[in-house]
Design a protein around this ligand. Structure first.
Ligand code: FMN
Length: 224
């Protein structure tokens, strides 16, 4: 057994992580710069992803790095198709506002990363009952990468307005793989201090009391 000699962090380091978390933003195409990401930074992003927690230590993730304009333009075409259908689901003035939103940066970001879940052919410790745990592990990898990127002042935007099967076909993904995230990655001309959808009054941040409960939801009787 190894000794319990893992690194301990200072208060200042904890504050830095907190700052990174509070200042992480979803970055869209109107903010990306045409500036490639260096090899060292890219390796840090990928390494952060590869060190995420995963159910049963299954590490069920695969990453496809996309830099070719021709590949990006096929993905962008899929986005356009799906997004015009998505707009129809919003009514009246909200639809008009939806159509004005910039919701991706596929062409503008120098790097796109498609993140896949690769299901295991054998039972995975911890995933036998709650079968979505493998997918959630891949989301942990995405979040690690997103935070690492912010620490390096690199922006990431998550695009989910896509047909996952079309994306799989464009990228020649194995049939069993599931698309979890499509990320646009690049340096930016700046980061907003609060979510763009909050600034545009599309959504408000939830109050902590609306999301956090103690010893069960209100109205229950946990003590008999
Ligand atoms: C699972 C997931 C999917 C998302 N999909 C999109 C998307 O398709 N387009 C987009 O503009 N933003 C997308 N976002 C970004 C959210 O809109 C953003 O996280 C939210 O508005 C809060 O803003 P912030 O990330 O800057 O704090 C997605 C975020 C998550 C976690």
């Amino acid at each position: 057994m190894q000794l319990l000699n893992g690194k301990l962090f200072s208060e200042a380091e904890a504050q830095t992580l907190y700052d990174i978390m509070l200042n992480r933003r979803d970055v869209r195409g109107n903010r990306f710069l045409d500036q490639p990401i260096g090899e060292e930074a890219l390796q840090q992003l990928l390494d952060a992803a590869l060190h995420a927690p995963s159910v049963g230590f299954s590490q069920p993730w695969e990453f496809v790095l996309i830099r070719e304009a021709a590949v990006k333009s096929k993905i962008k075409a899929s986005y356009e198709e799906v997004n015009s259908k998505a707009a129809e689901l919003f009514q009246d003035e909200k639809q008009e506002r939806y159509k004005r939103l910039k919701l991706e940066g596929i062409a503008e970001a120098p790097l796109n990363i498609a993140v896949f879940y690769k299901p295991s052919a054998v039972p995975v410790l911890g995933q036998t009952e709650m079968t979505e745990m493998g997918l959630y592990s891949v989301v942990c990898a995405v979040q690690n990468m997103w935070l690492m990127a912010r620490a390096l002042n690199i922006g990431i935007g998550w695009v989910s307005i896509l047909d996952p099967e079309q994306v799989k076909q464009i990228l020649n993904a194995p049939p069993a793989n599931q698309l979890v995230a499509y990320l646009c990655v690049g340096y930016t001309d700046g980061f907003y201090t609060s979510p763009e959808l909050e600034m545009l009054q599309w959504e408000k941040r939830k109050a902590a009391e609306a999301a956090i409960f103690y010893d069960g939801y209100p109205g229950g009787s946990s003590i008999q």
